[in-house]
Design a protein around this ligand. Sequence first.
Ligand code: RP5
Length: 181
Amino acid sequence: MAARSKSDARGALKVWVAMGSDSDLAVMEEAIRTLEAFGIPYEIDVTSAHRTPHETARLAAGLEENGFGVAILGAGHAAHLAGVVAAHTTLPVIGVPLPSSALLGLDALLATVQMPPGVPVATVAIGRGGAENAAILAAQIIGLRSRAVRTRLERFKVELAESVEGKNIRLQRKIAPEHDG
Ligand code: RP5
């Protein structure tokens, strides 16, 4: 876990964000941006279920003792990264299917979501929206033990609602001339 370290002085649980290739970073940056917005410590790595299977297993098995509370895994193609990590830890695992193949992520979605009974992977939507939701879900899990994170989540919900209200106000203004006529 050398790529980047964000340890929390108060000892808050960290989120592990890993992806199958550095080519996945453009999408997975959305998860990182969101974790930073919630002030959640994280570490990122590139590790592959297929290309570096032993290293992936080693990292997954060490998550708990290294202070992690949740793992977010992004992978494309026949995406087994989240499933392999889930096989080696009892921490909650979130999978982000990535649209890097000719099938635009449908292959990764099915590979990530269709886990056999006993080894769950909480699978989010394909691509950037999924990466953002993975980080929000991770925040909700970390928030179970952190009042500060729960407060940020509550604020986020309020801002989300306000942004939709703003969209509606702009829409009404746009169509108002037609109504006047
Ligand atoms: C998957 O293969 C990775 O998660 C990535 O989405 C895809 C392609 O990897 P590269 O060939 O770009 O390294 O395992």
